[in-house]
Design a protein around this ligand. Structure first.
Ligand SMILES: O=C(CO)[C@H](O)[C@H](O)COP(=O)(O)O
Length: 222
């Protein structure tokens, strides 16, 4: 439904890619528009010497199909390009709808700039719409879920534990009345929790599709 807006966001964001850059490569349908456009630029030789850090096996496969070099361990990533499931006016994000939140947060945290590409449906004044994804190890996982529920959520294992992340873990989708960023630390303290899909104070710019145009929201000064 919002495909035109996703594409508009990706086409605006990709203008910031320069040859020789180290890029974080996100996961999801919006980032797919970015990856396909980047792939065409690399194939045509308009952009060269890119190194990508993929945030999922799917993204790695797409990048490699275009001949983009990918690595899993590198310093000084210039720009991380990724999507989000929900964002607020301060650039706080909910991520993990595609189950890639662990690698996405590691890449974002280690990038000089984080550019988030979204369609207009992802905006909320306060984060509350999208259930908060939490990645947990497959050991005593039912107890881990119970401890998260004690914080005020209704939790379910994604696809009844049939969904397994690229890291071999389960994802729990947590429905809070609204997702206060303070929950990130409270949930991460629970033994068994690997990562929480709250991305607080990480975003540099948001590229928000609006019809066939894109609004750029500056969160942090570059
Ligand atoms: O966090 C993510 C994956 O873990 C995705 O970036 C997020 O789910 C947005 O995906 P889409 O662009 O398909 O809406």
């Amino acid at each position: 439904m919002f495909e035109e807006e996703k594409r508009a966001a990706a086409m605006e964001a990709i203008k910031h890619v320069k040859s020789g850059m180290k890029l974080g490569l996100g996961t999801g349908s919006t980032t797919r528009y970015f990856l396909d456009a980047l792939g065409e630029l690399v194939k045509s030789g308009k952009i060269t010497d890119i190194i990508g850090v993929p945030t999922s096996k799917k993204t790695e496969e797409i990048a490699n199909s275009y001949g983009i070099k990918t690595v899993n361990n590198i310093n000084n990533i210039d720009i991380d390009f990724d999507g989000a499931d929900e964002f607020d006016p301060d650039g706080n994000l909910i991520k993990g709808g595609g189950g890639a939140l662990v690698r996405e947060k590691i890449v974002a945290y280690n990038s000089k700039n984080v550019f988030i590409m979204v369609d207009s449906s992802k905006f909320s004044e306060k984060l509350h719409k999208f259930p908060l994804p939490v990645e947990v190890i497959p050991f005593m996982e039912d107890q881990t879920l119970s401890h998260i529920e004690e914080l005020g959520a209704k939790c379910t294992f994604r696809d009844n534990k049939k969904f397994i992340s690229d890291n071999g873990n389960y994802i729990i989708d947590c429905r809070f009345d609204y997702t206060d960023t303070g929950l990130e630390q409270k949930i991460k303290m629970i033994p068994g929790v690997v990562e929480v899909g709250i991305f607080h104070n990480i975003t540099t710019k948001i590229f928000k599709g609006n019809g066939n145009t894109c609004e750029i929201i500056d969160i942090k000064k570059l």
